[in-house]
Ligand binder design. Structure first.
Ligand code: TXA
Ligand code: MG
Length: 330
């Protein structure tokens, strides 16, 4: 399959492009498109065969459910069985935006593979003009996980999608770099109090300001896997990643030690380390790009400089812990 990348200027409506994208989705195909968090790989959420193509292209385990994207609160309400007052408050406060709400799904609406046979579904309205234009035109819910190969860092540039999905997807809508750079906050509204299954740009405090107390899942707190999909390897580059306290003396010593063993080292940190073989910036916006850049080097080991005191709400740290499989350099 030939993969076509089309640049969609965010301020211009290129009707032809959307027509092509809508046509592919309506016919049961998949396309990649930008959201404000990361790029998504989308298909008609009501068509099991179409959704299966997403799992195939990503190599995604079948028991990991996908997020459904809709263009409005109204469309979301049409997809779920019960909506609590609190869920509506959150939709009003944060949509369009980086908050995915897990709610009880309307029966028989979504293809079973979207929800991995669960009775619940994760829904969000993305805050990106290209994603919204696409959703408004296609007039159906789009199931879309991040558009990376399963286990790899999520794509924040169309180039990342192309790298992972070349010949697997017919069309990538290029909307430039994604603004937030890390996936949406996932909040399970079917528990009382609601539970954050994945921290993101919408914080616990922001959510609590709207609906009162919510909890962090055991997995987010570092107490082992809980929600589907959280148990798999994530965001991992080729070379092993180790966390290290963000302390320049310690990092310089580590660089010297590793190089002394004849190995090459890449450092991810906000401060620069010219003595390292490679250095890439570390921030929510650059995390995935930097992890991907490590794969283009011959580094044997990657050190990520992080605060030593764990902040459960720190969504970048949450992703880094997974990328490092919780290993600390010592
Ligand atoms: O920002 C985002 O959320 C991006 C963009 C494309 O919207 N999407 C994304 O999708 O990150 P994905 O598939 O990579 O991550 C979806 C997460 C997974 O951890 C999955 O287990 C969880 O949401 N999830 C989806 N539906 C669920 C459900 N019914 N119950 C529990 N967790 C669910
Ligand atoms: Mg993902």
């Amino acid at each position: 399959m030939n993969t076509e990348v089309i640049f969609v200027d965010k301020n211009v409506n290129k009707e032809e492009t959307y027509t092509q994208a809508v046509d592919i989705i309506r016919k049961g195909g998949i396309i990649a498109f930008p959201t404000e968090t990361v790029y998504g790989l989308g298909a008609d959420a009501t068509n099991a065969e179409a959704v299966e193509k997403i799992f195939e292209a990503k190599g995604r385990p079948a028991d990991n459910p996908l997020i459904v994207h809709v263009d409005s609160k109204g469309a979301a309400l049409g997809c779920v069985e019960e909506v609590s007052e609190n869920a509506e408050k959150l939709m009003d406060a944060f949509w369009p935006g980086a908050l995915t709400l897990i709610m009880k799904s309307k029966p028989h609406l979504f293809a079973q593979n979207v929800t991995a046979n669960l009775k619940t579904v994760g829904i969000r309205v993305p805050n990106h003009p290209v994603a919204l234009n696409l959703l408004k035109r296609v007039k159906m819910p789009i199931a879309a996980p991040s558009a990376n190969t399963s286990g790899k860092p999520s794509p924040t540039l169309a180039e990342h999608v192309y790298h992972d999905m070349e010949d697997k997807v017919p069309l990538i809508l290029d909307g430039g770099p994604t603004k937030i750079g890390i996936e949406s906050t996932v909040l399970d509204m079917t528990s009382e109090p609601p539970v954050i299954l994945r921290p993101g740009n919408v914080t616990k405090e922001q959510i609590e300001n709207v609906i009162g107390t919510v909890r962090l899942s055991a997995e987010v707190l570092g107490n082992g896997p809980k929600s589907p999909g959280m148990k798999y390897t994530h965001y991992a580059p080729e070379a092993p990643v180790y966390l290290i306290e963000d302390d320049s003396k310690l990092i310089k010593k580590a660089i010297e030690y590793i190089q002394g063993k004849g190995k090459k080292i890449a450092v991810l940190s906000s401060a620069e380390y010219p003595e390292a073989d490679y250095h890439f910036p570390l921030s929510p916006e650059t995390l995935y790009t930097s992890l991907r850049k490590c794969d283009m080097t011959d580094a044997d080991l990657i050190l990520a400089a992080v605060p030593v005191h764990r902040d459960d709400n720190d969504f970048m740290m949450n992703r880094l812990e997974k990328a490092a499989d919780h290993k600390w350099f010592s």
